[in-house]
Design a protein around this ligand. Structure first.
Ligand code: HMG
Ligand code: MG
Length: 298
């Protein structure tokens, strides 16, 4: 049976905006995060502390975190690739740090400039420091379905990275379909395999919607016992190191589907749709959320 409740991690401020060529003003990022937390999201992926040469759009993480209104009960997360990033994250008082690796060697090299084994070694002090500071720790596994450079990812490779992230002390582990090529049958297989080694309550699905499969993949993951999903208002997003990868699944579409399944998220679809239109206007894009577009046309 499907879960009765789902936690949505709203990733638009980070995954949604990181690939925008035009720099998005810090004030807009702050307003986006504040609007999202005001609608009741329990977890907002707000910023990343990575090299500004690699991802210039995320260079203002410190200012963004300093400018937001903290909503009690919302967890504000930051991506952190190394100790340098951790120092930035702790100074900015984030609630959760996200270490991000990959199940594919080629993608690991392109995204974070090191092998999978080197990345785990780099994450060790970060994980230790996060635990010492009492912060939540999340581990993200890119290319859990396929890699833009290596093709389909063996399930065993995903399970192997999940095991290592669990050993680092991760509270939550993200299974990410970076390029959105995954389909429901394989998503079910990957999720069942990962949840043999990680408590299903700690596993999340992070689906990009490049091939229009994300909702089906979420349903397959729900059936495999997953109850945490990442999404982005208006379907914003894309990864700078995955050519052609489009946005995350749109939050509006996920909320619409979950409502139809009688699954509680605590989030109001109409309020989120408004945010989706607002941010799309701000950055001059058309919303790629089908539900958001339909709601606006009513
Ligand atoms: P590197 O070049 O191997 O590292 O990059 P380095 O230690 O040699 O440092 C190079 C330069 O970066 C130095 O500056 C450092 O000071 C600086 P320079 O001396 O050249 O002036 N630097 C930093 N600056 C700020 N903050 C830091 C930091 N670390 C080093 N934390 C590194 C390695 C990991 C730093 C680099 O590859 C990087 O920043 N990559 C960013 C990758 C990224 O953000 N990708 C997008 C997010 S992941 C994603 O979107 C996938 C996800 O959504 C799930 C999915 O969909 O798959 C999560
Ligand atoms: Mg992503």
């Amino acid at each position: 049976s499907l879960p009765s409740q789902v936690k949505i991690v709203e990733v638009s401020p980070r995954d949604g905006l990181q690939n925008e060529k035009q720099f998005v003003d810090t004030a807009i990022k702050i307003e986006l995060i504040d609007r999202l937390s005001a609608t009741g999201f329990q977890n907002v992926e707000a910023v990343s502390f990575v090299s500004p040469k690699w991802v210039p759009q995320m260079a203002d993480g410190t200012q963004v975190m300093a400018g937001i209104k903290r909503r009690p009960g919302t967890i504000y997360s930051a991506l952190v690739p190394n100790m340098r990033g951790f120092e930035g994250a702790i100074a900015a008082k984030v609630d959760e740090v996200v270490i991000f690796g990959a199940a594919s060697e080629a993608f690991s090299q392109k995204n974070i400039n090191c092998s999978i084994a080197e990345s785990i070694a780099r994450f060790e002090p970060v994980a230790q420091a996060a635990r010492d500071a009492g912060l939540r720790l999340r581990g993200s596994i890119s290319c859990a379905l396929a890699c833009p450079y290596q093709g389909e990812t063996p399930v065993a490779a995903v399970v192997d990275v999940a095991r290592r992230m669990l050993a680092l002390g991760c509270d939550e582990i993200d299974v990410a379909d970076t390029i959105g090529t995954g389909t429901a049958l394989r998503v079910g297989q990957v999720m069942r395999a990962v949840t043999e080694v990680v408590d299903p309550a700690r596993v999340s699905g992070h689906f990009h919607d490049t091939y229009g499969q994300a909702l089906a993949n979420i349903l397959a993951a729900l059936e495999a016992g997953i109850s945490i999903f990442h999404s982005s208002v208006a379907g914003l997003g894309g990864c700078p190191y995955a050519k052609g990868a489009t946005g995350n699944v749109a939050t509006e579409d996920v909320l619409y589907m979950l409502r139809g399944l009688d699954i509680d998220t605590g989030i109001d679809l109409d309020a989120v749709a408004d945010i989706g239109h607002w941010i799309s206007d701000q950055i001059g894009r058309k919303s790629s959320s089908r539900a958001g577009t339909a709601l606006a046309a009513r």
